[in-house]
Design a protein around this ligand. Structure first.
Ligand code: AMP
Length: 456
């Protein structure tokens, strides 16, 4: 295999590719365009604008894209387009071999990708389904036996199906490794190798990853041929629609800090809706219970919860029945919650790359968001690692303070100034001068640190 990366398309500093390109410009079939417009998508996101033409042209591709950038459609739409000529209305399973395989690290991401695939292909004869572990295999077996062109799978369960001969990869034409960095982190490399060895060498391979570590580059060298690289944000950087802030808080005060933060956001007319990340399952469950005791509607999503429980909690979060989702990294992977306004790190993750994934839950697909990190003394080394990876210092601010009896005064806690700039600019002065002065003076600093332009 030839193992070179031939092109770097970095949108930084160049024209916004969204400005001029429409979905119709890709030459997508009207059946696909209809589905796209039914999703309410008007213009392609940068990763879509850059990746779709290459995928349609048959190139192997490395996509440096975080969750929330629209990367799923960036590969699913061209896959549908490429498979359309072989779509069949026949009921015979033989006419519906697996032609595209998408591998994801977690069931949540697999479900998310599969929902997108079903939506985008709804007007075509192409079939898609998802298989993941932790649930009964039998319904998946029935679906696979019926014939499926686009299969989304987690590696372990796919190998189970291959072992029991319910999945055959001999006709796969396109392979996608989604969130490849996470698959490696989770130890899926041996499974990936076994699976890829079963797929014809003459195929198109797409690899998406939020970060490009040396391991990812090695993986790409082994399995991609002459790939093009597309990149929508700086490597190892957060989306510039995310405004970040650090509060130094002792570990014993973190829970009350969260309550303060949520109260101050509510006072500003912002929603309390947020995801709070914790490092351990136990800590996750405990924090959710403690917040409930503080009167905050909270739910926990972590690896000890069954798939059914996770789905129920996620649905409750999406419907607004709970305001705060407390989550561990693995459980949160792949959750698609559009326009998530805020992510709070109750503690910093041990891996700096996980920090980027976590804050990628907000500021998605062009919307803006706040990422708040609560950092105690023991975590300063982790903060250093994160700042090194992101090549920037994160702004440190004091926690919001609510004065006794203060009810109507807009609270000056506004890491992301574009949410409500007028309040920040014209708020009353004097009463809590130090706090206000601190936040107001931080405003240009935050903007300067984030760089780039933000959509208002
Ligand atoms: P993803 O990064 O694939 O998880 O997508 C994040 C969110 O962006 C999902 O809710 C998608 O439905 C949404 N999305 C994808 N493409 C577009 C687009 N072109 N315009 C608006 N929203 C989009």
């Amino acid at each position: 295999m030839i193992n070179t990366v031939t092109e770097i398309n970095n949108s930084e500093g160049s024209q916004d590719p969204q400005a001029s390109i429409t979905f119709a410009d890709f030459g997508l079939d009207p059946l696909v365009l209809k589905a796209v417009s039914e999703q309410g998508y008007n213009t392609p996101t940068p990763i879509q604008a850059q990746a779709i033409p290459y995928v349609l042209a048959g190139r192997d591709l490395m996509g440096a894209a975080q969750t929330g950038t629209g990367k799923t459609a960036a590969f699913v739409l061209p896959i549908i387009q490429k498979l359309l000529p072989s779509a069949s209305s026949s009921a015979s399973p033989a006419r519906h071999p697996i032609r595209a395989l998408v591998l994801t690290p977690t069931r949540e991401l697999a479900v998310q990708v599969s929902e997108n695939a079903a939506n985008y292909s709804r007007h075509t004869d192409l079939r898609s389904t998802v298989v993941f572990g932790g649930v009964d295999m039998q319904p998946q077996v029935s679906l696979l036996r019926g014939g499926i062109e686009i299969l989304i799978a987690t590696p372990g369960r796919l190998l189970d199906h291959i072992g029991s001969k319910t999945a055959n990869l001999s006709q796969v034409e396109i392979l996608v490794l989604d969130e490849a960095d996470r698959m490696l982190d989770m130890g899926f490399l041996p499974d990936l190798q076994r699976i890829i060895n079963l797929i014809p060498a003459k195929r198109q391979t797409l690899l998406f990853s939020a970060t490009f570590s040396s391991e990812i580059k090695k993986l790409a060298q082994s399995y991609l041929i002459n790939p093009v690289t597309v990149e929508v944000a700086r490597q190892n950087a957060a989306a510039d629609t995310v405004s970040q802030v650090v509060h130094f808080v002792s570990s014993g005060d973190k829970q009350s800090a969260i309550v303060k933060i949520l109260d101050s956001r509510a006072r500003l007319g912002l929603t309390r809706q947020c995801i709070i990340f914790t490092n351990s399952r136990l800590g996750c469950a405990r924090l959710a219970r403690a917040l409930e005791r503080d009167g905050i509607k909270a739910g926990a999503i972590h690896g000890d919860k069954s798939q059914g429980e996770r789905t129920l909690t996620l649905d409750a979060f999406k419907s607004g029945a709970i305001e705060v989702l407390v989550a561990t990294d693995v459980a949160a992977r792949g959750l698609d919650i559009p326009a998530m306004p805020c992510v709070i790190n109750h503690e910093l993750p041990y891996s700096a790359e996980d920090f980027i994934h976590r804050i990628g839950r907000t500021g998605r697909a062009g919307s803006t968001g706040d990422a708040i990190a609560l950092v105690d003394d023991s975590e300063k080394r982790l903060l250093d690692d994160i700042e090194k990876l992101m090549k920037r210092k994160l702004p440190v601010m004091p926690l919001p303070e609510v004065k006794p009896g203060q009810t109507s005064d807009p609270f000056f806690y506004m890491p992301y100034q574009s949410n409500s700039p007028s309040k920040l600019d014209s708020g009353p002065s004097g009463q809590d001068g130090v706090k206000k002065a601190g936040i107001i003076s931080a405003k240009p600093t935050v903007g300067a640190l984030l760089g780039g332009s933000k959509k208002k």
